[in-house]
Design a binder for this molecule. Structure first.
Ligand code: AP5
Ligand code: ZN
Length: 215
């Protein structure tokens, strides 16, 4: 099964990805997590990406497309995967279609901008797994520590209010077109199935609604 999670920064893609990948036993492909891993490892890609990410911009399409093509060629992707934060521009979506990737589901998590800024300021992340928490809405069992490993949680460098606003602007300018792109395909050809959920509901409610429609 091939699924795409679509939504603004902070809509809850990473949060819901954890549930979907467990339920269907497919790997999560988060380009944001991959870029943060590259930054941490100090690779050439990481060095190039860091400045762009800190400013809330998008990393170049050709770099991202190359990264994802390599990733989906790996053995664990043979039975499908979950895209989180990719495709995020029209050229990225078209490159996947040209590569023969047929998505079964597009899940749009809809959250208005005003809710997002509040979510980002309270977000805490476990860097190596991508597990995401919120100090108020989705707290870890022990403050500042990951539930499964007990390792430290961090705040992302791009979660300052100013950068969040820039990321939202970029979403509306470059990513939101994909709502129409996949929505139209779904209506015209029946594929991918298009699922839209209200992402302002509690994490558990969103989870139940998403899993019910994927099952
Ligand atoms: P990326 O890591 O993909 O970030 P993003 O898309 O901006 O999304 P986020 O990870 O910020 O939010 P999310 O939707 O996963 O929300 P989360 O579940 O964490 O990308 C980062 C950067 O990398 C980009 O800006 C760009 O520079 C670069 N990049 C990445 N992919 C790229 C691409 N394809 N092309 C070019 N550049 C790329 O939730 C947020 C918070 O809310 C958490 O604290 C969570 O606990 C809380 N929360 C979640 N759900 C709920 C709920 N229902 N109720 C209350 N709180 C909730
Ligand atoms: Zn995320």
């Amino acid at each position: 099964m091939k699924v795409l999670l679509l939504g603004a920064p902070g809509a809850g893609k990473g949060t819901q990805a954890q549930f979907i990948k467990q339920e269907f036993n497919i790997p999560q492909i988060s380009t944001g997590d991959m870029l943060r891993a590259a930054i941490k490892a100090g690779t050439a890609l990481g060095l190039e990406a860091k400045k762009i990410m800190d400013e809330g911009g998008l990393v170049r399409d050709d770099i991202i497309i190359g990264l994802v093509k390599e990733r989906i060629a790996e053995a664990d992707c043979a039975n499908g995967f979950l895209f989180d934060g990719f495709p995020r521009t029209l050229p990225q979506a078209e490159a996947m279609q040209e590569a023969g990737v047929v998505l079964d589901y597009v899940v749009e998590i809809d959250v208005p901008d005003a809710v997002i800024v509040d979510r980002m300021s309270g977000r805490r992340v476990h860097l190596s797994s991508g597990r995401t928490y919120h100090v108020a809405y989705n707290p870890p069992k022990v403050e500042g520590k990951d539930d499964e490993t007990g390792e430290d949680l961090i705040q992302r460098d791009d979660d300052q209010a100013q950068t969040v606003q820039k990321r939202l602007d970029v979403y509306h300018q470059q990513t939101e077109v994909l709502v129409d792109f996949y929505g139209k395909q779904s209506i015209e050809t029946g594929s991918p199935a298009y699922i839209k959920v209200d992402g302002t509901q509690d994490v558990e409610v969103v989870k139940t609604q998403v899993l019910a429609q994927l099952n």
